[in-house]
Design a protein around this ligand. Sequence first.
Ligand code: FAD
Length: 362
Amino acid sequence: MKIAIMGAGLSGLSCALTLEKYGYQADIFERRAMVGDRFVIAEAMFSIFHTPYDDAVKYLAETHEIYLKPTTNIQKVHIYSENEHSFIDGHLGFTNMRGKHPEAYEKQLANQLKGEIQFNKNISYKDIYKEYTHVVLATGDVLDTEKFQPYDVAFKASFKGAVIEGDFNQTEAHTFFNNNFAPKGMAYVLPHSDREASLVLVYPQYHENETLDKNELWKKCFAECCRRLDQDFKVLSEYSIKDYRIGKIQTPRIGNTFFVGNCWGAITPVFGFGQFESMLTGIYAAHDIVGIGNYENLVQPLSTSYHDSLTLRRTLERFDNKTLDLLTKSMRNELVDSFVTSKRFNAMKLLSRIIHPYPRKS
Ligand SMILES: Cc1cc2nc3c(=O)[nH]c(=O)nc-3n(C[C@H](O)[C@H](O)[C@H](O)COP(=O)(O)OP(=O)(O)OC[C@H]3O[C@@H](n4cnc5c(N)ncnc54)[C@H](O)[C@@H]3O)c2cc1C
């Protein structure tokens, strides 16, 4: 067997590590000069989105021998709507670094590899497929997938983000649901340390949002973040992303080509989480390649979660600021809080099934 992995990100490296665990070495191609050669950002993995795995980091270590050190653990998530504020608490999950940060998850994965990564290799499938028995497409780029099969795009998202300096409680994250600056989207603050955090504004590029001035939205978002956290934050660095596609493919594997991570459709549409899902798809593809699993069957539960998540997103998108205020206020109710944070059942799944009893297509 000769295996090629295109892309040394979360899914590609998880695949490579799992292959190594079973005694197989893959050729890993990475277009950038090093792992995580992009802007620094904090991302999160929240347990409530990964039930039945109530601790994704522990699960990856104990079940798959993939060891990650998160940056902070989150004990409280604040929820702000236009006029309300509430929070949920408990052991909710972790933040971790991505990109150029020395502790970025992709760097942590690369450090566990025995084999080498071939850098500055911006290869195309055509360049390599003849040489390999198996190809794992892990470029994080949906446009690569679309060369093979239709990709059902649920929406394209616009991101604007910054690393901000101030005083932060490392165990607290902040989320903002306010159509005044995050139309049908959200903004959030994830701490890196007690002095730095990532502020991210994300919203879908629907026709009605295209005419909005992104810089104006960002200004309002930043001002609201300063107001709610009662600080004058300093911006240390900024980035912006457009046309980030969120959607899913129909066929996880074509012949001996495996689609993993974002190339498979790992991002859950409601809040845009995709790290854990990306790693799982990489691991599952490796299980299939070494003959201990069937990729299509293994990714099926992730596919169902994607559709549940899309149902929730479509529902949230219909809410105006008044409804978001009501929802936020209701989170102060202990019963609602314990429903959302329960580790005994998947609240997201349950809610989406109530809204839409049959899994939806798009
Ligand atoms: C701003 C932002 C915030 C996010 N926040 C969160 C969050 O808080 N929580 C969460 O769970 N998820 C979050 N996500 C989603 C998460 O980052 C992705 O789902 C995940 O990184 C996808 O992993 P991947 O392996 O598919 O791609 P990546 O990790 O992006 O890796 C792809 C790799 O392939 C390389 N590559 C590309 N093309 C080629 C080529 N032709 N040849 C060789 N190499 C190539 C790239 O350079 C890159 O290294 C966020 C995404 C964004 C954009």
